[in-house]
Ligand binder design. Structure first.
Ligand code: SF4
Length: 374
């Protein structure tokens, strides 16, 4: 089942209104982090390494509502931490549904069956279940044996109860493109609405610093995975963002498109970096030195970044910026399967052995991760 028409209409009309108003910087998705606590400790995560007194903090429902109202984005993504560990998550979701926001509650689903009674099925609410591949790959990525089976079981239960469910998948270096494609088949067979994808970001706080992708390797991997697509694969992402991942398009980063609000305030400049905080969304827009960020800026922290929170809003903006962008989006959505012989060959390339994603030796210097600058 694709994204509901009402959601497409809400988002499209919102972006067009921003364009007509001449706004160059507008938010598309608010990344609302109501807590940093988690019941997993994934090796590639940069969010859970805070001291205990920070990990204990929660945003109150009122703080969440104030941020959502102030920002005005039509969609709200709730990552974390694990949002289902928030003691008032039911109340937060109820308040956001009442505001007619399209919510993606990002969860590892370990607690989903236990907490599902807190929620009512709604076109506004989607459980975005974190699954990083097939059973073995996912359990390795989240450092938890059995995590895949629990998540899949919860997905089935949520679907049975009539909830919207998508998956969100972060791919690291060493991901096997054939296995990722088989994972897509599994998820479509399960009946999820769509799949979200992003390359991992090289958080300097993450325990595992060896498995983040450089830009050239990112493109090569996504070309192998996303070319020669099966007709039934559904992605909950801009088709132009997928082309960006495959190396068919370039975009500048537009971090204001997916601003982050958490227990520290409005995070500068993006979901991934922490170069200070603002007290209001207006202050975030007005006081961040945006030219210091993005691949073209020369900022080493941005050199290899292709993550969706920096670049998907850029792709959506491109759709609505010209007739060519709009037609390219229609073509990519309806007609293109990306036939590519070279990509088929890439699928058969022998895979380099991958070390388990576990706590490892001291982090590499950030400079060593800058494999490519384009
Ligand atoms: S390029 Fe990545 S790290 Fe840099 S500002 Fe954009 S999203 Fe953040």
């Amino acid at each position: 089942m694709p994204v509901p028409v009402s959601q497409m209409w809400t988002v499209s009309s919102y972006v067009l209104r921003q364009k007509l108003a001449g706004r160059k910087q507008y938010p598309l998705v608010l990344m609302l982090e109501p807590l940093f606590r988690c019941n997993l400790a994934c090796a590639g995560c940069g969010k859970i390494q805070y001291p205990a007194h920070i990990l204990k903090k929660d945003l109150s429902p009122e703080e969440c509502f104030r941020a959502v109202d102030e920002c005005g984005a039509p969609m709200v993504s709730i990552p974390g931490g694990e949002p289902l560990m928030h003691p008032q998550i039911g109340e937060i979701i109820e308040g956001l549904v009442a505001r007619k926001k399209y919510i993606y509650l990002c969860t590892n689903a370990l607690l989903l069956k236990e907490k599902i009674h807190l929620f009512k099925p709604s076109k506004y609410l989607t459980f975005s279940v974190h699954l990083d591949g097939q059973r073995e790959e996912h359990d390795l990525a989240v450092c938890r044996e059995g995590g895949y089976d629990i998540a899949v079981d919860a997905v089935k239960e949520a679907l049975r109860r009539g909830f919207r469910v998508t998956t969100n998948t972060t791919l690291f270096d060493g991901a096997n493109p054939k296995s990722v494609r088989a994972f897509f088949d599994e998820m479509m067979d399960l009946g999820v609405e769509g799949m979200m994808l992003s390359p991992g970001y090289s958080y300097d706080k993450a325990p595992d610093q060896k498995h983040f992708l450089g830009r050239a390797r990112t493109r090569r991997m996504f070309r192998a995975i996303l070319s020669n697509r099966k007709k039934n694969w559904q992605f909950n992402l801009s088709p132009l963002f997928l082309e960006f991942l495959m190396g068919k398009r370039t975009y500048p980063c537009t971090p204001w498109g997916m601003p982050t609000y958490n227990v520290f305030g409005w995070q500068k400049p993006c979901y991934l970096l922490q170069d200070g905080y603002a007290e209001s969304f207006a202050e975030l827009l007005g006081t961040t030195e945006w030219s210091n960020y993005g691949t073209e800026s020369g900022n080493p922290a941005c050199a290899n970044c292709m993550v969706h929170s920096g670049y998907e809003a850029s792709a959506v903006n491109a759709t609505f910026s010209s007739l060519g962008g709009f037609l390219a989006t229609v073509k990519a959505t309806l007609f293109t399967r990306y036939r590519d012989e070279e990509a088929l060959r890439l699928l058969d390339e022998p895979q380099a052995p991958v070390n388990p994603l576990v706590q490892i030796a001291p982090p590499l210097r950030r400079e060593s991760l800058q494999e490519t600058r384009v």
